[in-house]
Design a protein around this ligand. Structure first.
Ligand code: XMP
Length: 511
């Protein structure tokens, strides 16, 4: 295989590091991640078109802050610093970075002060996504300010001669309106990169790699019916055929009619499948448990136990296939320097116990990349466009104790919400929508009688990867209709609210 010159993303511990790499791949240029203290020799050997310094949680002036070897600026390779990456550049090249008295999180308006190739084809003003506490106060010599925002006077800086740029905001998240264009201007305009990456390559390479890795052994997979595990299974099925064995475990925390639907879908793809009903075991173990992490752990552990029991029946199984995506890895703190946010049950625990090797073909990818692969593999649209559903299922959408009664209420409310979204043609426009059952009761009045009943929260978010999200602006009339149907049709619910939180600072799921 010929050598692909990459854009190297230098990782300073940002939650978004893989997202940056993937945005570059989307632009058609191969991209890889390297740790911030990678020796310069190793960087040079990769012949990068350019370097992108990621953001990170540290402050450049703090003791032990991650800083790359200074020689990195003399390699003659173009550099773009993002957020902390910008501060690294300013700090190491002799500027000053200070703690800002006002933190800046969320949307901000960027104003272009000086024309430059980095802004080619873009308007003079647009929205960007900020998330920082420190800011550049004084520029290093040879640098100039190209754009500013209200709270960041030096929001874009550059030393044009040296092809070094810095953005205080995050071009990689979808909320930066022209993020992709800015990155394209850096990758193509500043670095002069050549197109060398597309999804088709990835599929061929992976199939080859899976054949090599697996040899004559068997692979087992736990399917959820969701996009990731389905696409992963079809990919592996392509590579090794019936030596793949799939299990679908019903943990009793599924949505209304989900088990039947999933079974039908998976069989239609020809996958070798076994359906296991373990719902009573899960519900028994969850009885009386209210803590979110505890619930996640119980579901995770029980899942492993049931799966292990089933999988033992497969002779010669050496590998466990998982549809793990990059956000699962990063948010479970599988990445050095990232903070643990939630325990995701599909990462960790299982393989050690079962003495299996892990096969995770999508560990570097994001959901919409996996959807694209699914499309190329010929998987029907209805499966690919299914909203993501968390491994612990409705257990983390019922705040407080998971009981049969609560499950029943939530399932029926959720069904109404999703049904109405589909009817209205909104389902496919939304990344993820669902109902949540709150552990509070609220007073109401129905037919002159005082009621005291449960509250359902509706959540619908827009996202492309689940790492960041914004609440979806559903029409008021639509919300009104859903509210009416839920309160009229689902006994035990007396109030419906709509969640208008973005991620960050909130997460998509409530637990
Ligand atoms: P959060 O709530 O962390 O969710 O913003 C981000 C995305 O991940 C899904 N999610 C999970 N998926 N196991 C999964 O397989 C889990 O434990 C889990 N928790 C959250 C969530 O639905 C959203 O799409």
């Amino acid at each position: 295989m010929e050598k692909r010159r990459p854009i190297l993303v230098v990782n300073f511990g940002s939650q978004y590091v893989q997202l940056i790499a993937r945005r570059v791949r989307e632009l058609g240029v191969y991209s890889e991640i390297v740790h911030w203290d990678t020796p310069l020799e190793d960087i040079k050997a990769k012949e990068p078109y350019g370097l992108i310094f990621s953001g990170g949680p540290a402050s450049v002036y703090a003791k032990g802050a991650p800083l790359p070897p200074k020689g990195i600026y003399s390699l003659g390779v173009p550099i773009l610093g993002i957020c902390y990456g910008l501060q690294v550049i300013a700090h190491q090249l002799g500027g000053a970075v200070v703690k800002s008295d006002r933190q800046e999180y969320g949307r901000a308006r960027l104003r272009v002060l000086k024309e430059d190739r980095i802004f080619e084809g873009l308007p003079r003003e647009f929205d960007v996504w900020m998330s920082h506490a420190d800011k550049v106060e004084r520029l290093p010599e040879g640098f100039e300010t190209l754009a500013s925002s209200e709270n960041s006077p030096h929001a874009v800086i550059a030393s044009k001669d040296r092809k070094i740029y810095g953005f205080q905001f995050h071009p990689e998240v979808v909320h930066t309106t022209f993020g992709k264009e800015l990155l394209a201007n850096f990758v193509y305009g500043v670095c002069g990169a050549q197109r060398n990456w597309e999804m088709g390559n990835f599929i061929e390479e992976k199939i080859e790699e899976i054949r090599e890795t697996v040899g004559n052994a068997r692979v087992i997979a736990a399917l959820s019916g969701g996009v990731d595990s389905t696409v992963a299974s079809v990919l592996v099925y392509r590579a090794i055929g019936d030596r793949l064995r799939c299990f679908f475990i019903d943990h009793g925390l599924l949505r209304l009619g989900e088990r039947e639907e999933v079974e039908k879908n998976l069989r239609s793809l020809g996958l070798p499948l076994e359906v296991v009903d373990a719902s009573s075991l899960f519900l028994e173990r969850l009885r009386g448990v209210e803590d979110p992490e505890e619930k996640r752990k119980i579901v995770g552990r029980t899942f492993i136990e049931v799966f292990e029991r089933e999988a033992k029946k497969v002779e010669g199984a050496e590998f466990l296939l998982q549809g793990t995506l990059y956000p699962d890895v990063v948010e479970s703190a599988g990445i050095k320097g990232s903070a643990k946010i939630k325990t995701h049950h599909n990462v960790g625990g299982l393989p050690e116990k079962m003495n299996l090797k892990l096969l995770e073909p999508f560990r570097q990818l994001f959901k919409d990349e996996v959807r694209e692969i699914g499309k190329l593999l010929g998987i029907p649209k209805e499966i690919l466009l299914r909203h993501p559903f968390p491994g612990p299922g409705l257990a983390i959408r019922i705040l407080g104790e998971v009981t049969k009664e609560n499950l029943d209420i939530l399932r029926r409310a959720d069904r109404i919400f999703i049904e109405e979204l589909k009817k209205e043609g909104l389902y496919e426009k939304i990344w993820q929508a669902f109902a949540v059952l709150l552990p509070v009761k609220s007073v109401g009045v129905m037919g002159d009688v005082r009621t005291y009943e449960k509250v359902i929260a509706l959540r619908a978010v827009h996202s492309t990867d689940g790492m960041t999200a914004d609440w979806y602006r559903l029409p008021y009339d639509f919300l009104d209709r859903v509210m009416r149907r839920i309160i009229n049709e689902v006994r035990g619910v007396g109030r419906v609210v709509y969640d208008v939180s973005s991620k960050p600072p909130s997460t998509i799921e409530w637990e």
